[in-house]
Design a protein around this ligand. Sequence first.
Ligand code: ARG
Length: 468
Amino acid sequence: MKMWSGRFRQPLDPAFEKWQRSFPYDKRLLPFELAASRAHARALEHAGVLSSEELGEILDGLNQIGQHAESSPEFLNDPEAEDVHHFVEKKLATLIGESGYKLHAGRSRNEQIATDLRLFVRAAIDELQNLLADFLDSIITRAESAGAAAMPGFTHLQPAEPVLVAHWLLAYAEMFLRDSSRLGDCRKRANLCPLGSGAIAGATLALDRRAMAVELGFDDITANSIDATSDRDFALEFAQALSLLSLHLSRWAEEMILFSTPACDFIALPEAYSTGSSAMPQKKNPDLLELVRGKAARVAGCSTALEIVLKGLPLAYNKDLQETQEPIFEAADTVKAILPMVAGWMRAVEFNFDNMHEAAQSNFMNAWAAAAYLVERGVPSRQAHEAVGKAVKLCLERNCNLQDLPLPDLQAINPAFGSDLPGRLELDEVLAIHDVPGGTAPQRVQRALQQTKEHAAALRSREPVPAR
Ligand code: ARG
């Protein structure tokens, strides 16, 4: 039976009828639709609309639908179902007879889909948080085992200053911790129950909205029925959070690709996650990283599609909202598939610490430390900068390092240079002077590592994040 044929004189154009169905993709919402339907059925009984016998039959029918769907996926092949709500209504009537049609009393598909999608987003966030926590763990573990190893730090992709490998990896941990906290925020706003909002104006029966919310594990009920039936901010926030997470993954992948090229040779690509070339026998290509970078485009597309669907909608429900489903499914599926891959990659990659160490001592990355040395001796910073710049120019002419310049040549540039300069330009010394919270001095990085671990553990257990 159709859900709405009463007022129609003509049948639907068959092509249109098929085209407008959402069941091919919203069938995945079935577990949420069933849970929300159970809560609604109980509210109907409480309101005196269903007898306790009818409630029992309906709950039994809903359970059967869930079991059939799990045991035989063909059960979901229903070319006539318009959407998941229609599917449940039809199957319920087939299973328990006419009383199945009583379930729809006092509710609308507008509040049902809003509820199902909130439940979907909540469950997806919980799953993603676990996967993200595991990826973070893989980064933190590698940072921990990198100890005091150093590498070049780049700005403008030009050698800037040496940093600890652990400091570099913890920069990525910060990005992904923010992503985790963003998903946590999104979950709070998603976890409100629209049931009882009706089609737009609120239910016409005395349904206990709070009881339905509690049964479904929502934190509270939505405040306004017009908003609740048309709001998809939670879906957009979810897609945007995933888009930013994918953007971070893409930046991470890009840098790993860069550092794996023979020109850098800082990391050796794990063979288990790389492929060869059908043409060039010597190749080992970073396919996993490239696909991670490429898939960020897809997730950004999902987020953009949602934003554009929503931007011109008048209140309240409009069928355009059906188009918000697939982008959130695709964004969630894409990121869920990526996270275990990148965690595996991170655990398997080899760092070429010797090459990193050597590179960290090249290209005058101790020049700022030389300027800091002069400033310490009372030279105004602009003059110190100028003096070290001249010293670098001299080194470029002589093809040597700053430490190799004879003291008289240095003192000719600025008399504040002393014989202790070369020692101060050694890698360990250069790292040690960045001794501020958040800096790369080894003891600071050690502390940061502990704080990052605590932060990650707190997010995992959803406690408030400890202050730094
Ligand atoms: N399949 C629809 C959707 O996803 C369900 C809500 C339909 N409501 C309506 N008034 N036609 O949005």
